[in-house]
Design a protein around this ligand. Sequence first.
Ligand SMILES: Nc1ncnc2c1ncn2[C@@H]1O[C@H](COP(=O)(O)OP(=O)(O)OP(=O)(O)O)[C@@H](O)[C@H]1O
Length: 315
Amino acid sequence: MSLLEVRDLKVSYTTRRGRIEALSGVSLALGEGEVVGVVGESGSGKSTLGQAILRLLPRYAHIEGGEVLFQGRNLLELEEDEMREIRGREIAMVFQDPYSSLNPVMRIIDHFSELYEEHGAGYTREEAAKLAGDILEKMGVPREKLLEYPHQMSGGQRQRVAIALGLALNPRLLIADEITTALDALVEAQIVDLLKEVRHTFKTSILFITHNMGLVAQLADKVTVMYAGKIVEFGNTRDVISSPLHPYTKALLASVPRIGGSKELQPIPGDPPDMRSPPPGCRFHPRCPLATEKCRSEEPPLKLKGDRLVACHYA
Ligand SMILES: Nc1ncnc2c1ncn2[C@@H]1O[C@H](COP(=O)(O)OP(=O)(O)OP(=O)(O)O)[C@@H](O)[C@H]1O
């Protein structure tokens, strides 16, 4: 059984400018101890997916269908108090902006104490400080930082603290949503190394959301490629990178340095669609060099090709 299985998840947003279909039937599975990358351009639905799994979507978002099975339980059917237990203890989420999980007027130690208290861990103040210091050190942050406020640290350190906080209750799954995007390249590389260590030391499964295929290549066992609210390709990272089957995956690889082989970077022509009215047929067809009449009118289903899933009429 997978640790996490998302089945045919559909999510929309009601906005003043209309209804946006952010996820149009997304399915994926993540095994125990696995790292799965979710990659795609801005607006493809990656963050919506992460937030929907933990039911952290805003009020004007609607889960229109599907299931989110975590250890076999459908999270979409749980009561809010059951969900609160799952958040942090079973599944943690870390965001691009560490201030999403850090309160600027609270010292780092108080974040940990609050978390332990919320989940009824029953630690004394000394025990909480010891445990928080231990995990902070494992994340490469000196334990003295427990007494500081978030603004007294560098961006990289703040993100390490946010990860430490995410891992404090030893969750089975960590959802990391663009957690290196705001960092410079050197710090980004350090955080990716940290996640590699985390998976080995803590045996945590990770859903790694990013627009950066290069990071997926370094970290993820499997990769899900999303385009305009749908999955277009899913497979072992090595296979997807060495022989992408979907034209969008190919284009994404050609647009990042080093991987993909080409020396010259080729940005993907055109823009992702307006999700208030996505194109008919294959959603990538207006930007696809291989598109035919069939692609304009018929939506390609996600089909198994060997051990790869791909949604293209011509894969
Ligand atoms: N809070 C929101 N309110 C309204 N629309 C939203 C909201 N969040 C996302 N959307 C829309 O839903 C679609 C998917 O967005 P989402 O943020 O999930 O994609 P993404 O791949 O994570 O992109 P990014 O990397 O830019 O966050 C987009 O069309 C986006 O405009």
